[in-house]
Design a protein around this ligand. Structure first.
Ligand code: FPP
Length: 239
């Protein structure tokens, strides 16, 4: 296992597609929700480790714009699990200097989730450590569509000049405004695709895939992913 001091060249921003909760449960003949509950324990581990090794931003894909198509009971379980996670972990997040943030169309979340989330975000607003960025009702295309509509409105009202449109300006309209782009995107459970996660921001991200199902993703494997990232040479299109 790599020691923290071996972890040079850390990513500033890590994004994780937490996949495989359902399969974890199925393997044990448990209901899918049992996999999500176990997955929440992995969230706890990964957040703690990210803070320990000095990651600046951790974005977790917790609920996608497509996840509404799941059975109603599973959707409401996931929403409640989020509230439960915040309820149980908030004190510790505050103690660990974690600053909570969220991306996605938050207005589409149930009102109690919106309230709980905004309250939790407020309570961590002065923290200066790891930014824990939860992607909720998030889809990269939806985020871009919302950005395009806002830009269009601002051009129409004269706040933005068409000739001043640039990639940097687009950045400021995204939910991730002011955050660095993800350096590393991890996906668990053997699926090798991005599934609408950070499409614009991930243009130059290093990708790391593992067969491990999310509930089984250990601190050791996470540290190994970070170590492997630290050895990669990133050229951003240059030679
Ligand atoms: C994908 O596994 C997982 C999700 C859609 C939900 C992610 C939620 C958690 C990890 C739990 C709670 C999160 C927080 C932030 C407290 P899947 O259900 O698609 O798995 P499968 O592909 O094996 O069916």
């Amino acid at each position: 296992m790599p020691q923290n001091n071996e972890l040079n060249n850390m990513p500033r921003h890590v994004g994780i597609i937490m996949d495989g909760n359902g399969r974890w449960a199925k393997k044990r003949s448990l209901p899918r929700i049992a996999g999500h509950r176990e997955g929440a324990k992995t969230v706890r581990r990964v957040v703690k480790t990210s803070g320990e090794v000095g990651i600046e931003v951790l974005t977790l894909y917790a609920f996608s714009t497509e996840n509404w198509k799941r059975p109603k009971e599973e959707v409401s379980f996931l929403m409640n699990l989020l509230i439960e996670y915040l309820f149980k972990e908030l004190d510790e997040l505050i103690e660990e200097n974690v600053k909570l943030r969220a991306i996605g169309d938050l207005t589409g979340l149930p009102l109690d989730v919106q309230d709980y989330l905004q309250n939790s975000i407020r309570k961590t607003t002065n923290n200066t450590g790891l930014i824990l960025n939860l992607a909720l009702n998030y889809g990269g295309r939806d985020e871009l569509m919302r950005a395009i509509k806002s830009i269009y409105k601002d051009i129409e009202s004269g706040t933005v000049l068409f000739d001043h449109l640039s990639a940097d300006l687009v950045d400021t309209y995204l939910d991730t405004a002011s955050l660095p782009d993800p350096d590393l995107i991890i996906r668990t459970s053997g699926e090798i695709r991005l599934s609408n996660f950070l499409l614009w921001q991930g243009a130059y991200s290093e990708l790391w895939f593992t067969e491990t199902l999310w509930p089984d993703f250990t601190k050791e494997e996470y540290l190994n992913a970070l170590k492997e990232y630290s050895k990669r040479s990133r050229r951003f299109g240059k030679v």
